[in-house]
Structures are given as structure tokens and as C-alpha cells.
Ligand binder design. Structure first.
Ligand code: EPU
Length: 334
């Protein structure tokens, strides 16, 4: 068993927003077999436990009066199937982008559009990560998770994970499952997914690395690098409104981007709404709205959750007042 780390462990470097944060106790989990002990010890001592992966989609409070478990399990493997199908299995603590790069380097198709998304493999299913026309659920095979309610390891397939846009069962039942391994469907003879407008001009593509490189270029040109300027990527969901609300919105805002969904609903662009509300580049003390992409809130240094949430509330209120649309936060309070 890994011994607990010292009191008041500093987590400022463990969240991509770089918020000032610490935890009364922290414990590195290097083997998923340690999980039953972790929860048993915590129950014995009357302490709450929370899991932290790459810290890229969380908003940490200044002080956590419990145990923060840092998922650090490593390992990834490929297994072949019929007709060039390949299954990749990775443990929760693996870095997502490293997994993407490793599979693409072997000529495997499937994850190239999801390059450079910060965070770990174990966190990817929680919000069903997605970018440039592909979501995790499009490649998902199954995952293993430790179920804290029964103390056993379960395997969940796509239906049980209840994936939707930036959503899964893990958001409906927070804290119940600890994802330990994720299995994804890849293909040796795949084809590029170039439906996203900014990838459509790529021309003939015969290797997934071509798509991955284009995605890396797009992301680095649009999104601030969290290593340089703390951020959690998109801070708000793109709002999905009913056909009627969407039509009324488009009538008064004909230039706004709008994406009709299969069920008739309309997805609007939160970045556009925030920019049009005059907030792109807005700054409030140590936090602000990125001047490169209005959907990204940034920490200029030393900010706390209170300051960031104050800014988030201001953005939500300003957009609602201007457009009558209420934005929903994407990263979770932890
Ligand atoms: N826009 C503006 N101003 C801005 C930013 C964007 O007007 O400052 C408008 C533009 O019209 C642009 C449209 O918003 O055409 C869409 O922008 P973009 O292509 O950057 O995508 P997004 O909808 O803002 C979503 C995801 C990103 C993902 C990209 C690419 C959400 C909440 N965000 O952003 O995901 O990388 O599409 O697929 O769905 C993340 O979740 O952290 C994330 C970065």
C-alpha cells in the first residue's frame, strides 16, 4: 500500500487551471488493487475521498478536508481482431494525448481527432471528451471501474455508460465509480473523419498522423496552453436549445453559428455568445476570459476558486441578460 503523503499536500500543480489548492491528505494510486484499502482506510478514519486524474476538467477548492487520491496507474496494450480491427486497453493514469500519439504512430486510426486534449485516460469517459467531429463514445468499447457501493470491479459497456454530449453515467452518479481501465476500438484500415469545417480542406489523407498534426495545429492556434496560462479548455457547454428557441434566436442573430441536431434541437456556440456579449479578453483581477477563445476562462496567476467562480457567474449573467440563454459550466467543482 502506498503510504499517505504529508499533510496539506499542494495541488496547485495538479490542476490545469493552476488554482491555489491543497488537500489535507493525498495518496498516489499506482495499482488499482490499492483501491479497496484506500476506501477502507478512509472509512475507518472518517475521511472523504476524491479522485484526481490530470486535473484538466476540475475546479478545486482551496482546501480539501479529506484524501485526494492521485490516479497514477500506467499501462497500455493492443490486441488484434478480425479485418484490421484493433482494441487498445489503457489504464486510468495514462496521459490521454500520449495514448493518442502512441496509437497514431503505429498507423492506427480512431483517436487522431482527439489529439492534445489534456487529462488522463480515466477522465476521458467522465465527460465523454470530444473535438473536431469525434467523441470518445464513437470509439468506445468498454471500461472497468471500481464500484464504491459494492466494493467490486465492474465492466460497463457503451449503453451502461449513458454517453451524450459532454455527459455520462459518471456525471449522474458522481463518486460511485473509479474508472480503472478503458478499451477503445481502433482500425488498421480506417478512414479519416474530416467532417469538421476546419479539417475539410486537408485533401487526400492516407495516415492518421496527417489528421493528428492538423488537429494539433488548430488547437495550438486557438486555445491557450495551460502550461503557460492556466485554463480548463471550454469552460461552458455549447447550449442546446429547442427548435423554437433556436428559430427565434436565429431570427434576431442571423450571423450566429448554429448546428441543427438529429432530434431537431439546435446547438449554439457559447464562444460566439460570450464574444458578442463583449466579454472576450475581459479581466477581473487574476482571472479573465481568454482573448484568443471566449469559451476559455484563464488564471493569470495565483487565483482561487472563489475568484474564478465570480468571473463565471458574471459571464453567465451577462450572456443571459443579452441573449436570454443560460450557459452551463463544463468543468466540475471538486
Ligand atoms: N467563436 C467565437 N468567438 C470565440 C470562439 C469561438 O465567435 O472567441 C465561434 C466561432 O464562430 C466558431 C465557433 O464559435 O466558429 C466554434 O468555435 P470552435 O470551433 O473553437 O469550437 P467550440 O464550439 O468553441 C468545441 C468544444 C471544444 C473542441 C472544439 C472543436 C465544447 C464546449 N467545446 O468548442 O472542446 O475542441 O469544439 O471540436 O463543446 C473542451 O471541451 O475543453 C474543448 C476545447
Amino acid at each position: 500500500m502506498t503510504p499517505p503523503m504529508p499533510l496539506n499536500y499542494d495541488l496547485t500543480g495538479h490542476n490545469t487551471l493552476g488554482l491555489r489548492a491543497s488537500s489535507h491528505y493525498a495518496r498516489r494510486i499506482e495499482d488499482e488493487a490499492e483501491l479497496p484499502d484506500l476506501f477502507a482506510d478512509a472509512a475507518r478514519d472518517g475521511l472523504p475521498v476524491r479522485l484526481l486524474g490530470g486535473g484538466s476538467n476540475v475546479i478545486l477548492g482551496e482546501q480539501y478536508e479529506g484524501i485526494t487520491a492521485l490516479m497514477a496507474t500506467r499501462g497500455r496494450a493492443l490486441s488484434g481482431g478480425a479485418g484490421g480491427a484493433v482494441l487498445v486497453e489503457a489504464r486510468a493514469g495514462e496521459t490521454w494525448h500520449d495514448l493518442v500519439g502512441w496509437t497514431v504512430a503505429q498507423g492506427l486510426w480512431g483517436l487522431e481527432n482527439l489529439a492534445l486534449i489534456p487529462g488522463t485516460v480515466g477522465a476521458a469517459p467522465i465527460q465523454n471528451i470530444g473535438a473536431y467531429g469525434v467523441e470518445l463514445c464513437d470509439r468506445f468499447h468498454a471500461l472497468d471501474a471500481y464500484d464504491r457501493t459494492t466494493g467490486s470491479v465492474v465492466t460497463l459497456g457503451p449503453a451502461e455508460c449513458r454517453f451524450a454530449y459532454r455527459h455520462s453515467v459518471f456525471k449522474e452518479q458522481p463518486g460511485r465509480y473509479v474508472v480503472t481501465r478503458v478499451r477503445l476500438n481502433l482500425a488498421r484500415n480506417g478512414k479519416p473523419e474530416l467532417g469538421y469545417r476546419e479539417l475539410s480542406g486537408l485533401g487526400p489523407v492516407d495516415h492518421p498522423a496527417t489528421v493528428m498534426d492538423a488537429v494539433i495545429k488548430l488547437r495550438t492556434s486557438k486555445l491557450p496552453d495551460w502550461r503557460v496560462l492556466g485554463n480548463a479548455g471550454s469552460f461552458f457547454h455549447n447550449p442546446v436549445v429547442s427548435a423554437a428557441v433556436g428559430a427565434a434566436f436565429m431570427a434576431t442573430n442571423p450571423a450566429a453559428p448554429a448546428y441543427p441536431q438529429a432530434d431537431g434541437a439546435i446547438k449554439l456556440s457559447a464562444g460566439w455568445l460570450i464574444e458578442q456579449a463583449g466579454l472576450k479578453g475581459y479581466r477581473a483581477g487574476p482571472v479573465g476570459v481568454s482573448d484568443r477563445h471566449a469559451l476559455v476562462l484563464v488564471n493569470y496567476g495565483g487565483a482561487t476558486r472563489t475568484e474564478l467562480m465570480g468571473l463565471a457567474d458574471h459571464v453567465v449573467a451577462t450572456v443571459e441578460e443579452r441573449f436570454g440563454i443560460r450557459l452551463k459550466r463544463e468543468p466540475e467543482l471538486l
